[in-house]
Design a protein around this ligand. Sequence first.
Ligand SMILES: Nc1ncnc2c1ncn2[C@@H]1O[C@H](COP(=O)(O)OP(=O)(O)OP(=O)(O)O)[C@@H](O)[C@H]1O
Ligand SMILES: [Mg+2]
Length: 224
Amino acid sequence: MLEVFSLSKTYAGGTKALDTINLEMRKGEITFLTGHSGSGKSTLLKIISGEESCSDGRVLFQGQCLTTMAARQWPKMRRKMGIISQDFKLLMHQNIRENISIPLEVVNTPRRIMRRRVDDMLEQVNLGAHAKKLPSQLSAGQRQRVVIARALINNPLIVLADEPTGHLDPKEGADIARLIEDMHQKGATILVATHDHQWPERIGQRPIYLHEGRILDNPVMRVG
Ligand SMILES: Nc1ncnc2c1ncn2[C@@H]1O[C@H](COP(=O)(O)OP(=O)(O)OP(=O)(O)O)[C@@H](O)[C@H]1O
Ligand SMILES: [Mg+2]
């Protein structure tokens, strides 16, 4: 479903954030990216979601090359992706229900269907009681759940989650981790960047370790 070939990224200032990364994901897989701060996790997710360009290499999604795709095709492509970004990017003057509805509105979902889908999603992320609040009236963990709900509302083909449990206390972090594990159990394809090594280990997954923009093959040398 997702193939990354020899992907490199050097930012304008000269930082080499990614160096010949190769990665493959099949439908229904969950893959964890881990590594020190600055190792390139967010950069990789941002290139896959089209937020950043790459310097070299290719990304294929469902056989389509994303790295050479025309800019005008990106909005449609992005609708197939559920993006959970490190900075929440919530609309601060719109309430929780409105924030979660955005992906359905952009595809002109009929009101009645939208209402039902959003109600279901609010229940799934346990925010039913907070639908009318503004993001500023929620805790960090609750805000993270809004971002997750917004990413999932359109049944994306792939979920890209950048440190979904970062900035949360252990209990909130554990709740979010469980929510993401549930999504995987239900068949979602998920690529997660996390600093928490124990999370992939707990569910029997071997994470991909990034170190200075390269994948570390030898787990003994692992960092992060
Ligand atoms: N927009 C940018 N312009 C220039 N350099 C950048 C930019 N974004 C990231 N970098 C640099 O690229 C490298 C990789 O950054 P990236 O954000 O991908 O790391 P990360 O693994 O996600 O870190 P963290 O765990 O702190 O989120 C770092 O050295 C960072 O300083
Ligand atoms: Mg990051």
